[in-house]
Design a protein around this ligand. Sequence first.
Ligand SMILES: NC(=O)c1ccc[n+]([C@@H]2O[C@H](COP(=O)([O-])OP(=O)(O)OC[C@H]3O[C@@H](n4cnc5c(N)ncnc54)[C@H](O)[C@@H]3O)[C@@H](O)[C@H]2O)c1
Length: 258
Amino acid sequence: MDIAGSVVVITGGGGGIGEAMALAFAEAGAAHVAVVDRDVAAARRVASAISGTPYGIDVSDAAQVMGMVDDVIEAQGRIDLLCSNAGFMTGKGLDADLDAWRTTYDVHVLAHVYAARAVLPSMLARGSGHLLSTASAAGLLTSPGDAPYTASKHAAVGLAEWLAITYGQHGIGVSVVCPMGVDTPLLSGWMASDEVNARSVTSAGDLMSPADVAAAVLEGVRSDTFLILPHAQVSTYWQKKAADPQRWIAGVRRSKER
Ligand SMILES: NC(=O)c1ccc[n+]([C@@H]2O[C@H](COP(=O)([O-])OP(=O)(O)OC[C@H]3O[C@@H](n4cnc5c(N)ncnc54)[C@H](O)[C@@H]3O)[C@@H](O)[C@H]2O)c1
């Protein structure tokens, strides 16, 4: 899709990858960027830098997401691109408390459902529009230190694929971005929490800057690419896993023990 002149919504836009995406879309000539974050001060800070509109909402609340989408459409006339990007890590295994399990699904999966349900009717009526979700390399592979994150990001990738298959012939583009380590507050907090977590990130390669991820996202949206992989090695790992899952799992297990 053309980014110049487009109306863009980015959840989790108050920091990290979402902030970099908001700045990059504005720089590329988007007509308007709505910056959505539960941290309203962060949403205001980013929106004011690009003359966008801040929305201080929690994306795990369906009514708040639908209200925000309706408001943007009323104010701007349409939404061309909706980026469901908000996310967080738990740093927990199977024993994560059930609230943490549910919240990861609320934020990483159901929030994408709410956004798609809210915006698709108007996109389908126009015959154009684009949905982008930020999943993770953990949604194709595994984040060894975080069970709820891994499982919910796999669900996010599955949902994006379903949306692409179901709505692609109606003029709707769908992209899912699956980065590995990106230098943001989310990742630095998680790496600081546990030595194994930190090693699993550093052994996989250098951290990427949020701006470089945003550049890959722009390129992917422009070219209507479904699977956006800012880190080239993710494609190699994913193919190795598909070719021999048993061997892949044994290799990851060994790397955890090192
Ligand atoms: N940083 C990485 O290494 C990395 C790698 C792969 C994928 N990701 C994914 O990228 C996305 C952005 O992560 P980031 O690294 O920029 O993190 P970040 O913590 O820097 O930014 C995430 C933003 O989302 C907001 N947010 C979280 N929960 C929310 C909610 N319920 N409602 C509204 N806003 C909410 C936060 O306030 C924050 O501003 C996430 O989905 C994350 O899982 C990150």
